[in-house]
Ligand binder design. Sequence first.
Ligand SMILES: *Cc1c(COP(=O)(O)O)cnc(C)c1O
Length: 375
Amino acid sequence: MLTKTKIYLSSPHMGGLEQQYVDEAFKTNWIAPLGPNVDGFEKDIQDYLGGNKYVAALSSGTASIHLALQLLDVSQGDEVLCQSFTFSASANPIIYQGATPVFIDSERETWNMSPDLLEIAIQDRIEKYKKPKAIIAVHLYGMPYKADEINAVAKKYDIPVIEDSAEALGSTYYGKACSTLSDLGILSFNGNKIITTSGGGALISGSKSLKDRAVFLSTQARDNAPHYEHSSIGFNYRLSNVLAGIGRGQMRVLDERVAARRRNFEFYKKHLDRYNAISFLEEPQGVFCNRWITCINTESFEMREHIRLTLSEDDIETRPLWKPMHMQPVFKDHLHFTNGVSEQLFNTGLCLPSGSNLTDSDLERILENIKKSLA
Ligand SMILES: *Cc1c(COP(=O)(O)O)cnc(C)c1O
């Protein structure tokens, strides 16, 4: 009997050079959260992003968001406006800081934070409580949010923006790399992301002093003294030199990974566009999307579930779109400004397998199953 292999949503895809950098770490005994691979990886990312930003390599995207909030002095009693349609890691660090998230729904064009709702929320909070301390906007599924509009609102009220670019390395907005469009950006190198270090992240900032502060906090906040002296609370958030070696190898193939994911999107779109019941997230003017995950939107919850279950029977992994934070049990008591967009996307949308390592026959097998479910 022919056994078929499982097809995953998004699995790690090594380029071949990673092992060399990891071996180098072993040979030189740099098995620590510092060393030549960490410096080299930071330099690689900095060059990739355009050269004028500062990069601190950290242990995860979540840690990077947490440190970004620290750098902005977010603390107990503060409110942070956060995109509702996202992964929980965008919002959890707000709680770590003892602050309160306020969730903002999406607009239909990019599925990301609605600039209109953002402004309504800011005005409401200023009127009823106090000015929010920060904004966390997300380039979900690699699709850049409306950065000009979001930045204009943020600037009008003088509130800093943290740009959650965990899913958007390789995406650009009017030629500028995602993670460099606002005050502070973050990246993730978790196992399912477009490139991976198995676990890792980075904080992108506009000045050397912010980077130095982030590195200081991420390495237990040791003051300059021969003994261990502390005047701030630190964290153990620096990236390991072994894992940074994987990252250096992955940076060498990042452009290929983006191209492969975009080819997946083109394949799905070409073959499914004729079905009126299915629609795709399109690139607006001026935007280049890394197509980390190809998402479809369907006509109904029933149709989405039918596609999902048909593919699951053939051992093909798909997943409903992110469940908005304002609908999550853990955040149910938090204030939110909604318009129904993210709730509808959650009910009818589906993430299709999108790994850069999918073969032509994998794609054909997925397509056959989708067609079967639509017949
Ligand atoms: C993956 C992800 C994160 C968290 O990154 P980790 O490296 O897994 O901690 C944050 N935000 C979004 C939108 C993500 O997809």
